[in-house]
Structure formats: structure tokens, C-alpha cells
Design a protein around this ligand. Structure first.
Ligand code: PLP
Length: 502
């Protein structure tokens, strides 16, 4: 009789050396391959791709096998609209236990008054937070003026007046080109369509937030929501100062800490740099520096708890119980001393990498970093667009993404910058010595890259001519580096390939 991959592995491995993580992978892939071999092949190929590319993407990480295992089970079958002990479906006791556990872990980890762990993604969390704030600050006062708590009792005319009022509020967030996120009032996103949105930019000279200028703008604009947080700003933020600005202009202070939540959880950002201590509402993804499953959560003061709990039906549909389970596991992991050491190391590595890049003559925006990321201006040093830099790196086995620099003349598509982060490399176990190796590697690739002419003869903003010798050297150095830091080392890739890629 033919042996399955799992049986083969178990029969060839002494009991004390059997890896539970590898057994779990083999069992899962066998089941998947039985129905959809192409899907199983893609999973194995993704492991191979991740193993062979240096991941400098600032928003990605590698989560634990425990986090992954918590997601891969029957919890996905359950509908649980509502919130714990207040569901629109029967039989939610176990989902309640999971959601309550994850929320408790989140409250304790971040020292928050309330946590809501249902949002499926950072963008969803922001929408829920926006509408929860609108509920608490616009809808509730309107209803109490009208003498009812029930929307359905409003006349069509009253409802239309309220709808107009909800739709005419103001949001002040960080400019996309300065490092803000699409969901913070960018015109292509619903946030700029549901709010009258304005944005604050960094200072043109220093590239830093100018709190006095933000205060002036906020007092002038009088937003309902003052929003701080970023995807590509390399510095710490003084949230105490932001709080004072919000108080002065009567705004609700919201922070989107999606990128740096891990540094908050790991107590790298404390005091004035800890948003949870100062903001009314804090949103975050759970899959970036926090190193959990793909998803998000919202922390808030008690004042906003009821409104945030109504995320479903307000914005979202049913929660993902399996992902909430994985959030509970990841949040628990983040409370351990080992995670704090990880968070400190992420920051130390980013600093080391920024300094090494500057020694290589690369243009590091703001002259360094306080967090987990840095932005290189490759237009300035190499006459390349971010897009060209990104494809050169990819062809050399380095994954990262292009990013706008403040006031970017190349716009949001081509861009002038590369965003580089240390969370994933730090999870692999790399330290400052490896950062010293990576900076010259980045320089080598950029030095070997020239903009190529497009069909029409003019210099293209996307095409490149990559020097073959430089590429070979870079690829060799990437493999040597990754050979010393294997992703998920307990997974036997050769065995997976021979079992599923034939
Ligand atoms: C990544 C990010 C988001 C969006 O998260 P998704 O899970 O991709 O929806 C929102 N805000 C900020 C600041 C982010 O960095």
C-alpha cells in the first residue's frame, strides 16, 4: 500500500524528533491536496519563496505556528454577529469565550479600558472607529434632541437631516505623501468621501511632524476627529502633544497604530510615545509588528465602548471566530518577556540599518529612524523611481515596496522612495551584524541599476537595466544570509517539495 507523506515522515523519524509543526503542515497539505492539488502546490511554493527572499517589507512579519494553528479549524464555520453575550445567533458560547479572552489579552497588553477584536483588517477597523465616533458624537446627541433612542422612529425628514449631519463632519489626518495611510482621508478612499477631510504634512525641510503647524491647522479646521498614525513615517510621535491639540480644538483624538503596535506592546514606545495612554480611540492591525494573524482590533476609552461594540451591524458583518482565536494566541505571546526583547531588537536593527545605509551614502529620510522602518530616497541618490528600485531589488531576491517621499514629484504610483522595515528579519533572528551586511547589499543593487529607455526612446519610469554581475553577487549574498536564518526551520522544504510538487 502507498504511504501518505505524513506516514512516510513518521516512519522515517524517531519519535522524539517528530516536529508537531511539521506534522500539522503535512496533515493539512495532504487534506488540501486531496481536493485542490494546485492550492497545496502554491502553499509549498510560497514557503520556498519566503525562504529564498530577504523580506524588508515593513508591514509584514512571520507569525508563530500556534497562531496559524488557531486559525485552521472549525471555528470558521460559526456565525456570531453581535458581541459576547449579545449575539444575533444561537450557540455562540464558545465564540464568546474566545472573543472575551482575546479582548482581555488586548486590554491587559495595552492597558486599554476597552478592546474590540472583531475587525477583519486595518481598513475595516478604521471604518468601524470612524462610524463609532460619529455615532457617539453626532447621532446620539441628535437622537436625544429629538427625544428618542430609536432610529426607526425618526420621520423620513428627520432621518435625512441626521444623515446629512453625519455626512458633513471633518477629519484631519496625516498626508499620504508624508507617510499617512490611504484610510486617513486620501481622496481615492471612502474616508475622504464620507468626511470633509484635510491632511497635515511633515515639515518640508526636516521631514518631521511640526506640532505647532498641526495645532494651527487643527484650530482653523476644527475637525471632529484628529487622527495620528502612519504607514511610512520613520519617527516616534509625541501623542501627549497631539492630545493637547485635540483638546484645544474639541476633537476626538484617534490613533491608527497599525504599523507600530508591536513597539507599543513591547514597551519600546512608552510615556508620551504610547498612543493608548492619550487617545480616545486606537486602531491597529494585528499582523504587522504585532506578529499575529491578518486582522485588526480597536482599543478605546469606556465612553466609546458601546458604539465600538456595534461595529457589526454598523459596518461589518459576522466576525471571524478562527481569527479571533489566533488574535488571542498572538496577544498572549506579545505579553511574554521574549516578545519585549523582540520589539527592542526590531528598533535596534532599524537604527543600525539606517546608520549603515547613511554610511553607504544612501539618502535616509529624516536622517534615521526611531521605529521599525526607514525610507530611502532613491531618486535623490540614483536617479531611479521607487518602482525601478523595487523591481531591481526583487530581481536580486530582496522583497520590499516602493513608497512616496514627502511632496514626492514622482507621485503615488512611481514614487521616489523605498520603504524598508526590520520586523520580519528580526523574527528570523537577525541582529545588528546582519543589518551591517544588508546596507551594502542595498547599495550594490542600486549602484547596478540604471533607468532604461522605454519604446519611445525617453527614459522609462519603470524599466531598468540591471548589471548582471552586481545581480549575481547580490543574489549570492542574499542566499548566504538566508542560509544562516531559516524561516520556520522545522518545516522540511525538500520533503514538502518531493511530496507535493511532483
Ligand atoms: C496597514 C495599515 C492599514 C490597513 O490595514 P489592512 O489590514 O491592510 O486593511 C491601516 N492603517 C495603517 C496605518 C496601516 O499601516
Amino acid at each position: 500500500m502507498m504511504m501518505t507523506p505524513l506516514q512516510k515522515y513518521l516512519s522515517a523519524t524517531p519519535a522524539e524528533s517528530v516536529s508537531p509543526a511539521f506534522v500539522s503542515w503535512l496533515s493539512a497539505l495532504q487534506l488540501v491536496a486531496g481536493e485542490a492539488p494546485g492550492v497545496a502546490r502554491a502553499v509549498v511554493r510560497e514557503l520556498a519563496a519566503q525562504r529564498s527572499h530577504l523580506k524588508l517589507i515593513a508591514s509584514e512579519n512571520y507569525c508563530s505556528h500556534s497562531v496559524q494553528a488557531a486559525m485552521g479549524n472549525l471555528l470558521t464555520d460559526k456565525y456570531a454577529e453581535g458581541y459576547p453575550a449579545h449575539r444575533y445567533y444561537g450557540g455562540c458560547e464558545n465564540v464568546d469565550a474566545i472573543e472575551l479572552r482575546a479582548a482581555k489579552e488586548a486590554r491587559e497588553l495595552f492597558g486599554a479600558e476597552h478592546a474590540y477584536v472583531q475587525p477583519h483588517s486595518g481598513a475595516d477597523a478604521n471604518l468601524i472607529a470612524f462610524w463609532a465616533i460619529l455615532s457617539a458624537r453626532v447621532e446620539e446627541p441628535a437622537l436625544s434632541r429629538l427625544g428618542t433612542a430609536d432610529l426607526n422612529r425618526l420621520s423620513d425628514a428627520q432621518w435625512e437631516t441626521l444623515r446629512q449631519e453625519l455626512g458633513s463632519q471633518r477629519l484631519l489626518g496625516m498626508d499620504y505623501y508624508s507617510g499617512g495611510h490611504l484610510t486617513h482621508g486620501y481622496r481615492q478612499n471612502v474616508s475622504a468621501r464620507m468626511f470633509r477631510a484635510a491632511t497635515y504634512a511633515v515639515d518640508k525641510e526636516s521631514g518631521l511632524l511640526d506640532y505647532d503647524a498641526i495645532e494651527k491647522q487643527a484650530l482653523d479646521f476644527k475637525p471632529l476627529i484628529l487622527l495620528a498614525g502612519y504607514s511610512a513615517y520613520p519617527r516616534a510621535i509625541n501623542f501627549k502633544r497631539f492630545r493637547a491639540i485635540a483638546d484645544k480644538c474639541g476633537a476626538v483624538f484617534m490613533v491608527d497604530m497599525s504599523h507600530f503596535a508591536g513597539l507599543v506592546a513591547g514597551k519600546v514606545f512608552v510615556g508620551e510615545e504610547n498612543p493608548v495612554a492619550w487617545a480616545d480611540v486606537v486602531t491597529t492591525t494585528t499582523h504587522k509588528t504585532l506578529r499575529g494573524p491578518r486582522g485588526a482590533l480597536i482599543l478605546c476609552r469606556s465612553e466609546f465602548a458601546d458604539a465600538v461594540n456595534k461595529g457589526c451591524p454598523l459596518v461589518a458583518g459576522g466576525p471571524l471566530p478562527h481569527v479571533m482565536a489566533a488574535k488571542a494566541v498572538a496577544l498572549k505571546e506579545a505579553r511574554r518577556p521574549a516578545y519585549r526583547a523582540y520589539a527592542r531588537s526590531v528598533q535596534r536593527n532599524a537604527r543600525a540599518l539606517a546608520e549603515a545605509c547613511m554610511r553607504e551614502g544612501l539618502a535616509v529620510q529624516t536622517g534615521g529612524t526611531d521605529n521599525h522602518l526607514l525610507v530611502l530616497n532613491v531618486a535623490q541618490t540614483h536617479g531611479l523611481t521607487g518602482r525601478q528600485g523595487e523591481s531591481a531589488m526583487t530581481q536580486c531576491g530582496i522583497t520590499l515596496n516602493r513608497n512616496s517621499v514627502p511632496f514626492d514629484p514622482n507621485g503615488a504610483w512611481w514614487t521616489s522612495g523605498l520603504r524598508i522595515g526590520t520586523p520580519a528579519l528580526t523574527t528570523l533572528g537577525m541582529g545588528t551584524a546582519e543589518m551591517e551586511e544588508i546596507a551594502p547589499l542595498i547599495r550594490l543593487v542600486l549602484d547596478g541599476t540604471k533607468p532604461a529607455p522605454s519604446e519611445k526612446g525617453a527614459l522609462s519610469k519603470s524599466k531598468i537595466a540591471l548589471d548582471g554581475a552586481a545581480q549575481k553577487v547580490a543574489q549570492r549574498r542574499v542566499s548566504a544570509l538566508l542560509g544562516r536564518f531559516t524561516l520556520y526551520p522545522e518545516l522540511d522544504l525538500a520533503f514538502l517539495k518531493s511530496s507535493f510538487l511532483r
